[in-house]
Design a protein around this ligand. Structure first.
Ligand SMILES: CCCCCCCCCCCCCC(=O)CC(=O)SCCNC(=O)CCNC(=O)[C@H](O)C(C)(C)COP(=O)(O)OP(=O)(O)OC[C@H]1O[C@@H](n2cnc3c(N)ncnc32)[C@H](O)[C@@H]1OP(=O)(O)O
Ligand SMILES: NC(=O)C1=CN([C@@H]2O[C@H](COP(=O)(O)OP(=O)(O)OC[C@H]3O[C@@H](n4cnc5c(N)ncnc54)[C@H](O)[C@@H]3O)[C@@H](O)[C@H]2O)C=CC1
Length: 694
């Protein structure tokens, strides 16, 4: 609830840690009290900085605790002790410092605020008033009446654009030798206008007119009068009396109820029950994601034995997950069945059977018959046409893709695939269900591979072409890992499984019996094609799960990748068979060809209207492929390299490899260069919205 650490050898840094807004719950107050005691008693510590985690200083008291008996250290003595301490305390304010959070900042001897920080006392909207000295201290600091900018008023000592905490630590070091007396706000005298009574009477009239019958604003005016006319110790007593009256009033209860009701209302959900069809690799994880957020799940398999295996896997995953999160496993939310007829009442179905269009169509036809008319029908296909599935149902507007990534209960990304007939409500429901499951949901258009996998193809193609030309999997992976990826393309493919892509290539006629026997070597469907990935799969090497793929592993499921002489051998034989003279390939060429081809496809996707914004593509790659965050995502990276350079290099590589269409610069990239290279946030202004599929 608060982290305590020593920084710069002599500054105690207290970080409030109570997400989402670091509200000062009883546990947080307890942690502050303990940390302050440590800081004040440690001779090494010369100054203290208080800040909040995740960009929020403190959103005030934990309003949920107002409903029960008051627990934990009371705030007033805790704050008084901070102010009275003999070591300078600096508040580093980012995000919000509201209510009790602002009161905490006011007892600090100095306040450093980020320029976007929000400070204030919203208590009146909850039917109470700032009752931990807030009314007394703020007025002593800024006088009556007051309205202007915090810095001018002297509420904060420094406004910064940088990390407020780092600035505060430096500030604290400089404050060590300075006297603290004048920094204790409760010791100041309130600056009052001569006509105080008239001013407060006028404000009272206004408040009565604007909010007739509402108690809290009137109590605030009385507290202001106390701050103006009484010494601090009497003023705070008066503030407490006013709070006691308000705190137990029906008005406070009603207003606090409204605060949460407003937020609960926003969480209205259509989905209480769902079904998952197919308990293989993906179905199990998806079932766990649903149950984790309290949705009851009917899980369907095709055979008794598979159902039992699936059941055991799901239960195991749920139990491990619950243990990790310190909650009890929600096993009672599950029903396992072999019959689709059990799905007649569910709100939503996610189909997760094999990637086979004929099979999926049969499932969707059957679902149309058994599910009630309002049930949403979703597919986890990794690339099949969502609209073709919608077309076999009686409700194409209620069909949408929900494309999870493996392992589904871990990976954050969810692509919500919008078919041309998916209704806005259907898309919105899938998006909000994704959010509810803790996913980062991105709406994408219905094109082969959608966004992530469509972009992955040119990226992987380039890597395999580089293999043909003379590179090794290790060299390519090393170059990409040096760029920032946790795993290079081959190690990542071994982890995901090579058979998935192999099956997709077979289905699209790129290998197997459907290949045109007249095709020239290393060409398919009119373009360059590398046969090496198929040859690896033909040897039963599917990656980690089979103990070998692009690398060798010590056992099936092993993760320790070692270069495999067998692959080296295969590459040499392949090159000599096709008369390829291997050449030295630089890391720069590896990174450029893989990443510029990736971004180039991204431009194509934007142009086709399959993603709404470059930001969407970057988020897909950050959360769905581990693109190094410090590079911003493929589109942002392209903008940082400079679009002109990306264009030139693509032109260069396309000239060298004219049979690789993915290297041909996309028209949108050319347009952006031609119109002065706008920043990434402005690209959408140059995308023809008439083509948008979203
Ligand atoms: C004999 C009787 C004697 C009685 C004497 C009584 C003495 C009692 C002494 C008590 C003295 C304490 C004085 C004090 O500290 C007073 C206070 O501080 S009251 C609280 C003042 N703060 C606020 O009013 C802030 C409220 N929050 C907001 O305005 C917004 O949430 C905020 C701007 C911070 C963020 O907005 P946004 O980004 O839009 O997010 P949400 O609004 O959706 O919120 C996200 C999430 O966080 C929950 N939440 C936010 N603030 C609080 C909070 N203060 N306490 C608890 N929870 C909070 C919010 O509910 C959302 O969660 P959900 O799960 O979605 O609901
Ligand atoms: N494996 C992956 O990394 C990813 C897969 N996908 C997609 O998810 C879907 C499933 O893939 P996986 O889980 O990997 O396959 P899988 O082969 O592991 O599991 C499929 C399951 O569906 C079951 N099944 C088949 N027909 C059925 C029927 N009529 N009724 C009930 N169950 C039936 C099978 O018994 C099997 O358990 C595919 O469309 C795939 O393209 C999507 C994203 C990633």
């Amino acid at each position: 609830m608060a982290r305590y650490e020593l920084v710069k050898r002599s500054v105690a840094l207290i970080t409030l840690t109570n997400p989402p807004v670091n509200a000062s719950s009883s546990a947080v107050r307890h942690a502050i009290a303990k940390s302050m005691k440590c800081a004040l008693s440690d001779p090494e510590v010369t100054a203290v900085v208080i800040c909040g985690e995740n960009g929020s200083f403190c959103g005030g008291a934990d309003i949920r605790e107002f409903a029960g008996p008051l627990k934990g250290p009371p705030l007033v003595p805790l704050l008084d002790a901070i102010e009275a301490g003999e070591k300078p305390v600096v508040a580093a304010i980012e995000g919000v410092a509201l209510g009790g959070g602002f009161e905490l900042a006011l007892v600090c001897h100095y306040r450093i605020a980020h320029s976007k920080a929000r400070l204030g006392f919203p208590e009146v909207t909850l039917g109470i008033l700032p009752a931990a000295g807030g009314t007394q201290r703020l007025l002593r600091l800024i006088g009556i009446p007051a309205a202007a900018i915090s810095l001018k008023l002297g509420i904060v000592d420094q406004v910064t654009e940088q990390n407020a905490c780092e600035v505060a630590v430096e500030f604290a070091l400089r404050a060590v030798a300075k006297p603290l007396l004048s920094r204790r706000v409760s010791m100041l005298t309130t600056r009052c206008p001569p006509d105080l009574d008239a001013l407060l009477d006028a404000v009272t009239m206004q408040v009565k007119k604007k909010a007739p019958g509402v108690m809290a604003p009137l109590a605030c005016i009385q507290a202001v009068r106390a701050a103006a006319t009484m010494p601090y110790y009497k003023g705070i007593k008066r503030e407490g009396e006013l709070m006691a009256t308000l705190f137990n009033s029906g008005q406070a209860w009603a207003l606090q109820y409204c605060f949460f009701a407003q937020r609960t209302a926003g969480k209205w959900t259509l989905i209480r029950s769902a079904a998952v069809i197919g308990l293989g690799t993906m179905g199990r994880g998806i079932a766990v994601c649903l149950a984790r957020v309290g949705i009851s799940v009917i899980a369907v398999e095709s055979e008794k034995k598979l159902l039992e295996t699936g059941r055991q896997m799901v239960i195991g995953m749920l139990e491990r997950d619950a243990k990790r999160r310190g909650v009890s496993a929600s096993l009672n939310l599950f029903k396992f069945t072999l019959s689709l007829h059990d799905l007649k009442d569910v709100d939503l179905v996610i189909e997760v059977v094999f990637e086979d269009m004929a099979l999926k169509k049969r499932v969707f036809q059957e679902l149309s018959k058994v599910c009630r008319p309002a049930t949403l029908l979703c597919t986890n296909t990794s690339g099949l046409d969502v609209d073709a599935l919608a077309g076999v149902t009686d409700r194409p507007h209620l069909v949408v893709g929900m494309h999870f990534f493996s392992p589904a209960h871990v990976m954050k990304l969810l692509e919500v695939v919008c078919g041309p007939r998916s209704s806005s409500e259907t898309i919105a429901t899938a998006m909000s269900l994704g959010k509810r499951m803790g996913k980062v949901s991105v709406a994408v258009g219905n094109c082969p591979g959608f966004v992530r996998n469509r972009m992955l193809k040119p990226y992987i193609d380039q890597a395999t072409f580089l293999l043909e030309e003379g590179a090794t999997p290790e060299q390519i992976d090393k170059a990409l890992e040096d760029f920032g990826f946790a795993m290079g393309v081959f190690r990542m493919s071994d982890l995901a499984g090579l058979d998935v892509g192999w099956r997709v290539r077979k289905e699209s006629g790129l290998n197997g019996s459907d290949v045109d026997p007249e095709s020239p070597p290393r060409r398919r469907q009119g373009r360059r094609y590398c046969l090496i990935p198929d040859m690896v799969c033909e040897q039963g090497r599917f990656g980690q799960k089979t103990g070998g793929g692009w690398y060798m592993y010590d056992k099936r499921g092993g993760t320790n990748a070692k270069p495999d002489p067998l692959i080296q051998n295969l590459l040499e034989t392949y090159r000599s068979k096709y008369g390829i003279q291997p050449r030295n390939i630089s890391n720069q060429e590896i990174v450029e060809r893989c990443l510029f081809a990736l971004a180039n496809e991204g431009f194509g996707i934007l142009e086709d209207g399959m993603a709404a914004r470059p930001e969407d593509i970057d988020v897909i790659y950050l959360f769905g492929y581990g693109f190094p965050r410090h590079r911003g995502g493929p589109m942002f990276y392209a903008s940082m390299v400079g679009l002109e350079r990306v264009l030139k290099r693509l032109e260069h590589y396309h000239q060298a490899h004219p049979d690789v269409p993915h290297l041909k610069p996309s028209p949108l990239l050319k347009t952006l260069v031609a119109c002065g290279i706008p920043p990434v946030q402005k690209w959408r202004e140059h995308i023809k919205t008439m083509h948008s599929h979203l």
